[in-house]
Design a protein around this ligand. Structure first.
Ligand SMILES: [Mg+2]
Length: 259
């Protein structure tokens, strides 16, 4: 990947209006949806699912989620809609053809790490251990004091988990298999119908989205950072989740009317 600009804060422009020949890739938590104290407590705002459905139709189905969540969780959030999705930071992939690449079972050392983390989390009300099957996420958004202990547990467990890596995010550290990232998810989706041949546009808020920003830029696309985290590979920015939703709603109304 190219070097990120880490010097002066970047004055990034807002993205242009969504065009009908785009392929749109959306991170979910902290981007499309506001964070909540626990991952299952997020709220899908009124009208958002409808706007996404209209926008997806206007883009010929080329609208996908790229998330650290499992695809089953994304489906549950937006039910009855089922969008093409990359889950677990790209370890799971479902193109429009509904093809899921199901990863292997969790190693025993990961289960032991989960149990150890749950014992620690029990001492910090609000701390959460999220079991994602082949990955676990340790959350401290509602319990900042738990951060050091949870990070230490994750780092110690990593030594027993060959092929795994730590993924740091916003008030979370995740133990996950190392062999996929969101950039690879974008590359793989861009090779599939209905994404292939379109201009990739990716929106995300977190460190894990930087791989996708770089992949999108390499494909000549538009990368949109949500919020103000720096340094970043993103070429454009929107201030917050509400600004992203407004950008999408405008596109759904404008392009949806023509579709
Ligand atoms: Mg995010």
């Amino acid at each position: 990947m190219p070097r990120m600009s880490a010097t002066a804060p970047l004055a990034l422009p807002p993205p242009p209006p969504v065009q009908s020949d785009w392929a749109l890739f959306l991170d979910v938590d902290g981007c499309l949806l506001d964070f909540a104290d626990a991952p299952e407590a997020v709220v899908v705002p009124e009208g958002l699912a409808d706007a996404l459905a209209r926008l997806s139709r206007a883009l010929g189905g080329a609208l996908a989620f790229v998330s650290g969540r499992r695809i089953v969780q994304l489906d549950a959030l937006f039910a009855p809609l089922r969008f093409p999705s990359a889950g677990l930071h790209g370890l799971e992939l479902r193109e429009a053809a509904d093809l899921a690449h199901v990863p292997d079972a969790a190693p025993e050392a990961l289960r032991q790490a989960r149990d150890a983390a749950e014992r620690i989390a029990a001492g910090y009300p609000g701390a959460r251990v999220e079991d994602k099957g082949i990955a676990i996420a340790l959350h401290w958004r509602a319990a900042p004091a738990a951060r050091a202990s949870l990070e230490a547990t994750a780092a110690a467990a990593l030594a027993q988990l060959p092929g795994y890596r730590l993924q740091y995010g916003n008030c979370v550290v995740e133990l996950r298999p190392a062999h996929a990232d969101k950039g690879q998810a974008v590359q793989r989706l861009m090779g599939a119908t209905p994404f292939a041949g379109r201009l990739p546009v990716y929106a995300g808020d977190d460190l894990t989205d930087e791989d996708a920003f770089a992949a999108t830029n390499a494909l000549g696309g538009v990368s949109v950072r949500i919020g103000h985290r720096e340094p970043t590979y993103a070429t454009h920015t929107l201030a917050d989740t509400a600004a992203l939703r407004a950008w999408l709603s405008e596109a759904a109304a404008r392009l949806g009317a023509r579709a």
